[in-house]
Design a protein around this ligand. Structure first.
Ligand code: EPZ
Length: 433
């Protein structure tokens, strides 16, 4: 009887970034358009029968996914290098395919404009993700306040506007938490509703203000964006627009942290200081010097001090920069306290930093980070978009080589991160398979 030796399955390693740490950076990093604005602005195309052209669009996998989902509703999508044109003249469907929604939570933003335009929408529940359960109850409650009948059955949110004309009506909405997505969904639903809508306890994020600016450019009547009370007076129709998305404040913050963790001097542009107030304040508290020049900002860092950090809704410290900032604190002098208050499971990067020699003690949603002189390179895994970025930053400062897996997350929010960092002196290569 011949026995064939079992052939060890070829170890298929996921694509990863190999980072050789210890290199100082210098020069300028260019910031792309804001992912978390572009995605919701793309959904706004459903509100108009005329084409919407959005500029400063980042080349990210999430943007491509949103384009696919809009295409499934009948939107004609044309993409350029950093622009996208969306023509919603002839919508053919009001149901989003599950497999597409499952790949991109932000597709849930379509429910508001679809309801406003067609009076009907069926969107699978976006479901949770690594960082939390991500409920959408605030979106649903608000749509009901505007006259929609909403049921959730077998994982699908079905909404319909009863009555003649199937048109939403204005209303008063009190959000229980200042949800960014709920605020944006309800602004778009209210834009074509019959009457006035007031959203109380609205999110204050710059991406909400960007959406308001777009709706106004489309002929909408919106005031108060950026304050807790947003008033929208519905109009009969919205026309097309040609609009440039704001710079990505989270990418900009990540780049500032790349300079800080490598104790370098870098210019980051474009960057709107008001979009990053809490982050800039914490970087200065850590010992960095920052100089704005009207377009971008130059950061200089040599000694980094420990500090305490608590994530909050805007204008507080953004949860999306909590993990990247913790990488910096892992190399600071002294012990820092980091509290994550927005998402219930957004501290998974702690275990990965510990693999690199970070000294961190956990207590519920709080991490006590005792800075160490040098992190040591190791194979690590990014568990969500921003945790992956945090591991790249840690790798820049670590002794030796760090191998970061989880690029499927990273590529959702950072366009060619390794290319940009290598252009200022980092040594990173993307290894496939
Ligand atoms: C947006 O998500 C961003 N995503 C997130 O960025 C960001 O972390 C988050 O805002 C907070 O700033 C996009 O804009 C596409 P929320 P969103 O609704 O709208 C709770 C990234 O890395 N909540 O403001 O989903 C929720 O559980 C991503 O770029 C309810 O309780 O965030 C969370 O604890 C990650 N009920 C808190 O509010 C609801 O109905 C903030 O969520 C809705 C939300």
């Amino acid at each position: 009887m011949t026995v064939t030796a079992a052939v060890a399955p070829q170890l298929m390693v996921n694509p990863r970034l190999e980072i050789l740490g210890g290199h100082r950076l210098s020069g300028e990093l260019r910031v792309s358009g804001a992912k978390n604005s572009a995605l919701v602005l793309m959904a706004a195309c459903l509100l108009s029968t005329q084409p919407l052209r959005l500029r400063n669009i980042p080349p990210l996998t999430d943007i491509a996914a949103m384009g696919e989902i809009l295409g499934a509703f009948g939107v004609k999508v044309e993409r350029g290098a950093d622009w996208i044109e969306l023509d919603g003249a002839h919508l053919t469907h009001s149901t989003a395919p599950y497999e597409l929604v499952n790949s991109l939570r932000a597709s849930f933003f379509c429910i508001g404009p679809l309801l406003a335009r067609l009076g009907v929408a069926k969107i699978p529940l976006p479901g949770g993700c690594q960082i939390g359960s991500r409920p959408v109850i605030e979106h649903v409650r608000g749509l009901k306040a505007l006259g929609a009948q909403v049921t959730i059955d077998h994982g699908v949110v079905s909404a319909v506007v009863p009555g003649r004309g199937h048109r939403l009506h204005g209303g008063h909405i009190h959000l229980e938490c200042p949800s960014v997505g709920a605020t944006e969904t309800l602004m778009m639903a209210a834009a074509l509703a019959d009457g006035e809508t007031v959203i109380h306890n609205a999110a204050l994020e710059p991406e909400v203000v960007d959406l308001a600016s777009l709706l106004i450019a489309m002929g909408g009547k919106v005031r108060g964006a950026g304050t807790p009370t947003i008033t929208i007076v519905g109009v009969e129709r919205l026309h097309g627009a040609d609009y440039a998305v704001i710079p990505d404040r989270i990418e900009a913050g990540t780049f500032l942290l790349a300079a800080a963790i490598t104790r370098s001097e870098l210019r980051v542009a474009p960057l709107i200081p008001d979009h990053l107030g809490a982050v800039l304040s914490k970087l200065e508290e850590a010992g960095c010097s920052l100089e704005a020049d009207g377009i971008g900002m130059t950061i200089r860092a040599d000694r980094i001090e420990a500090l305490d950090l608590r994530t909050q809704p805007f204008p507080g410290f953004p949860t999306d920069l909590q993990a990247p900032f913790m990488s910096l604190l892992a190399t600071a002098s002294g012990t820092s306290m980091v509290v994550e208050t927005i998402f219930e499971n957004r501290l998974q990067h702690v275990a990965e930093l510990q693999r690199m020699g970070a000294s961190i003690r956990m207590q519920g949603n709080t991490a006590f980070v005792e800075g160490v002189a040098r992190l040591s390179g190791a194979p690590v895994q990014g568990t969500d978009l921003r945790a992956s970025a945090a591991m790249v930053l840690a790798g820049l400062a670590a002794d030796g080589t760090t191998s970061v897996q989880g690029l499927e997350f990273l590529d959702r929010g950072y366009a060619d991160l390794e290319g940009k960092l290598n252009s200022v002196g980092a040594v990173i290569r993307r290894v496939h398979g």
